[in-house]
Ligand binder design. Sequence first.
Ligand code: ADP
Length: 273
Amino acid sequence: SRPRRLAVHVHPYGEGRRLLLSRDVTALEQAETMRRDFVANVSHEIRTPLTVLSGFVETLQTLELSREERDRYLGMMAQQTQRMQMLVADLLTLSRLEGSPPPGEGEWIALQALLAQCEQDARALAAAQGKALRLGFAPAPPLALGGAPGELQSALSNLVSNAVRYTPSGGAVEVQAEAGEGGRVVLSVRDTGPGIAPEHLPRLTERFYRLDRSRSRETGGTGLGLAIVKHVVQRHGGELRIASTPGQGSTFAIVLPAARVRAVPAEVQAGTA
Ligand code: ADP
């Protein structure tokens, strides 16, 4: 770890006497460095698609293109625009999550509903990416989670989307919701993708931390997904666990405390209430 930094102030007091005050500013400086890195990263992430876009605009302005060529350029421009929109949406989500207090338990969502939505998203994404993946969604126990359902939904969907994006065709993605020990709930997403080397694991949830920049962008990532997941999970009093074996795959698990869990009445499960 880095050496600690002390700020020292010298106050003259009385005759010829001085008071020395020192304050540990290590944390302050680290926060400032992180903030600066973040702004630099955001600027870079926005500049890249903008550069591509302005190049296309110039091409369209200067060259006589066939209808097909023009459509191809417009398609690529739409892609870059969408990328920036996703980035801005994720940035806003992150800042909203950082600035607001933990959600109460006023709203509940059944695990079964949570998984059903994720399954739909996963199938759509796999199809959009032209991937043949075995997608397994186990039946969920009759439990519901309290908090911000939209956030929980997007946290799990983010993990499933990563699993789909990073796992090559022919692989498998399995999603499961289980009752864990002490009344907790464990939502896990397991894939047979490339896996993650242990040295990367501690930093994986940092904003814009990626193993492979170009691949992540190609597959449509903003670099903020796991940072968002971690925030949502922590806001709900839970934790995000990551286990991975390079060459074999990864498991991302959201563990939520018993305080966020309750049983769903049978008639609700059956869809009659
Ligand atoms: P990104 O938009 O880059 O996917 P994330 O925050 O979701 O951003 O993930 C951060 C990085 O963690 C990714 O760039 C990728 O390198 C790695 N990663 C995330 N999920 C997986 C996974 N299921 N398999 C392998 N690597 C992953």
